[in-house]
Design a protein around this ligand. Structure first.
Ligand SMILES: [Zn+2]
Ligand SMILES: [Zn+2]
Length: 247
């Protein structure tokens, strides 16, 4: 079985190397296995300006952001490839609606970020989805990203956590309601596999960081040593806004 998978991977890679593709953002033809054209790379909102050193979200001034000052994010450090706006936000929306192949491009972007930002990571854990949501969407986008990242980075991907109940969409909730909504929704089924490890949590988007913090909390209680988080996009920090209006 393993041999077969290795063979398939090698075939896929050979195919990628010799075929041209269209850009995942604008649809223009790209060469040499690239998935985003040079033009789009320039307009994508890479999150490389001023960011909060803890949650990694873009902000106007240097230093720890107001959200983290109110309540620290539950990981040592979180980083994201893009700010959640413009073409990057549209890519994420598309990725959740159907073109699941986008996990490759987005996973590669995550890899470039993680290689630079995180060291000594023992394992990757994707933010889990409930059975019900998985059935509805047909695929787990965070798991796909984690898989691609793990493959490129050569770091094992673990699935020690299950989401035991369906939660309301976080979109319309303020920070406090988000926390309430998620409380007790993650369960570490395999504690042994995370004990003493440095774990990187992966998700598509970080809004207020509540989901990452809740997952980090249960992993920490299960004995994980250090917790980091990486997402494809994160929403810019715009404090002070009323709690409800924060994305
Ligand atoms: Zn393009
Ligand atoms: Zn912050």
């Amino acid at each position: 079985m393993k041999k077969l998978i290795a063979l398939l991977r090698a075939r896929l890679k050979a195919y990628d190397d010799t075929h041209n593709f269209t850009c995942d953002v604008c649809g223009r033809e790209v060469f040499g296995g690239e998935r985003i054209c040079d033009k789009c790379r320039k307009i994508l909102p890479y999150n490389d300006g001023i960011i909060c050193p803890l949650c990694g979200r873009r902000q106007k001034e240097e230093g720890i952001c107001l959200t983290c000052k109110q309540k620290r994010i539950g990981v040592e450090k979180a980083r994201s490839v893009f700010t959640h706006e413009g073409e990057a936000a549209r890519l994420i929306v598309r990725f959740k609606r159907g073109p699941k192949y986008l996990y490759r491009t987005l996973g590669e972007e995550l890899y470039a970020l993680c290689k630079r930002e995180f060291h000594g990571v023992d394992a990757i854990v994707a933010v889990p989805m409930s059975e019900k949501s998985l059935k509805k969407r047909g695929y787990d986008q965070a798991a796909l990203l984690a898989m691609r990242l793990g493959e490129l980075w050569d770091v094992p991907v673990l699935t020690p956590v299950v989401k035991t109940r369906d939660t309301k969409p976080q979109k319309f909730l303020g920070r406090t309601d988000r926390e309430q909504n998620l409380k007790g929704s993650f369960h570490v089924a395999d504690r042994k596999s995370v004990k003493g490890k440095t774990i990187l949590i992966v998700d598509d988007t970080m809004t207020t960081g509540t989901t990452l913090s809740e997952l980090a909390d249960v992993l920490g209680r299960a004995g994980a040593k250090t917790l980091y988080a990486a997402t494809v996009t994160s929403v810019e920090e715009r404090s002070p806004l009323p709690d409800k209006e924060r994305g």
